[in-house]
Design a binder for this molecule. Structure first.
Ligand SMILES: [Zn+2]
Length: 90
């Protein structure tokens, strides 16, 4: 929960302007943070590996073991990245 810097009204996190005094609310999440981008990259790579793992069941040149271990590692990375992001939010 945020408070207006001018009049100390309670603000919803998605409010851009204070309802009490009309002061602009400084945006905290206007730029995606490094962690945010990192999570996106991990998510995309995770989905890619998920697709590869499924494909490796049908394509002989793809190693299923390699794909599934990559998928597992990414799953752990993704989980800890999510956990860190949640912990930051408090
Ligand atoms: Zn205000």
């Amino acid at each position: 929960m945020d408070h207006c810097r001018q009049c100390n009204s309670t603000l919803k996190s998605d409010e851009k302007e204070c309802w009490g005094c009309g002061a602009g609310v400084p945006e905290q999440n206007s730029r995606p943070s490094f962690n945010e981008r990192f999570r996106k990259v991990v998510k995309v790579t995770f989905l890619m590996f998920a697709g590869l793992t499924v494909a490796s069941l049908f394509v002989e040149s793809l190693s299923f073991v390699k794909c599934i271990s990559g998928l597992l590692v990414l799953f752990l990375v993704k989980n800890s990245a999510d956990y860190m992001a949640e912990a930051k939010k408090g």
